[in-house]
Design a protein around this ligand. Sequence first.
Ligand SMILES: Cc1cc2nc3c(=O)[nH]c(=O)nc-3n(C[C@H](O)[C@H](O)[C@H](O)COP(=O)(O)OP(=O)(O)OC[C@H]3O[C@@H](n4cnc5c(N)ncnc54)[C@H](O)[C@@H]3O)c2cc1C
Length: 459
Amino acid sequence: MLDDLAAAVPADRLVRDPDVLRSFAHDEAEWAPHGLPAAVVRPHDADEVQAVVRVCLRNRTPVVTRGAGTGLSGGANAVDGCVVLVTDKLVAIKEIDERERFAVVEPGVVNDDLRAACAERGLWYPPDPASSPWSTIGGNVATNAGGVCCVKYGVTRDYVLGLQVVTGTGELVRLGRRTAKGVAGYDLAGLMVGSEGTLGVITKVTVRLRPARAAERTVAGYFDTTVAAGEAAAAVAAAGVLPSALELVDRHCLAAVDAWKNMGLSADADVVLLGRTDAPGALGEHEAAVLLRCFENAGATWAAQSSDQAEADALFAARRLAYPALERLGPVLTEDVCVPTQQVPEMLARIDAAARRHDVVIANVAHIGDGNLHPLLVTPPGDDTARKAAQAAFEDIISDALDLGGTVTGEHGVGLLKQAGLTRELGPEVLEMHRAIKKALDPHGILNPGKVFHEGNPA
Ligand SMILES: Cc1cc2nc3c(=O)[nH]c(=O)nc-3n(C[C@H](O)[C@H](O)[C@H](O)COP(=O)(O)OP(=O)(O)OC[C@H]3O[C@@H](n4cnc5c(N)ncnc54)[C@H](O)[C@@H]3O)c2cc1C
């Protein structure tokens, strides 16, 4: 296989150095198992991607596609002897069409780079995962990433118009469209969104853009408990206001960010709720007033509309830094459950109960406006007992989310960590449909095998 690969792509695309191979063995999900790749390949264009997939097909070698490796479910983790196909050389923004409002990019383009290029033209690419400074558009599409503004503007799926993909049969195909509307054939581009590298390697992405939006107003509230903050979030949803962001950060995260960046946040609050509205003029004022009222009625110990943009931005920066700050304390097992907005307080209460029951530290950040909660289970390094307890709490939280009508993953994907939960959520008939689709597009099971669900034995 390695000789075949060396003949298929220029020599500088291929990496065999064991230290480098190890650095591409897993993503940010520290708890998920991983193997060691036989090679890392960094193709420079779609033809090279196709050549790599064809080599792997001939040799029945697994291909694990990797963007920035910021995934939180083990989706980009290597299996032993695989080829890790990294998209970090596929970084061209090919086109930004200002009149039709779309952009065509290669998959390795970093989310923030696309957003900055759009902003220069008065346009906006909304999906904004908290990992936007690092994560790639290809990774975002493959995980159907959500983010901070998604409560109002939707997730990555809502912005993908078309894709170019190399399938598991080695074909390079174009799916979807460039037009604002289009229903020709099955929505195969949609099928690729969120498929976590198991159905194709994405080599080009056409995304829908929006006009740049008005400046946002920020309302911040401090709460004594996550449940009270959850009640405020449920009240916002019930009031019929669609904030452009509604995020929760708890004291564990604030303290971890303070310990790292010394931002002085944790002294004031146990739980911070951050709401934003981008509605212009009087409507924006009204929405900010509704957010404030909901916060106060739910028992905020302090709440105000921020008049200081720098202060508001610092709070959102702390939200973005919460995960890497916690990671500094020890291995983090990340949940990603999503429940109906009116069930958010109950779900947060159950997360607290799981922490007490299993004696585990559970920090919370959340895209709480759309019910997407990220309980982060933190264990001291090398403490096996704590690890087992965290695993048990993780399973309980998944059960509770399903029990409340939710899903096991709102945005991070299934990868390796959520497979048991997925089996429970989907049931055998729907899992069988997944297997049939996988078999059709990747008959030899070479694309990211073992991720999302167990395929059975490929032919
Ligand atoms: C601090 C932090 C904050 C985060 N915040 C958010 C958030 O707010 N919202 C959110 O949704 N996620 C968030 N994440 C998770 C992660 O950033 C997203 O899942 C992101 O979309 C992954 O992009 P990536 O480029 O790092 O992909 P990777 O981690 O490299 O890969 C993710 C998956 O996509 C597949 N893949 C990657 N590129 C391709 C391609 N070209 N073709 C086919 N498959 C491909 C991989 O095989 C893997 O299954 C966060 C992560 C961190 C570390």
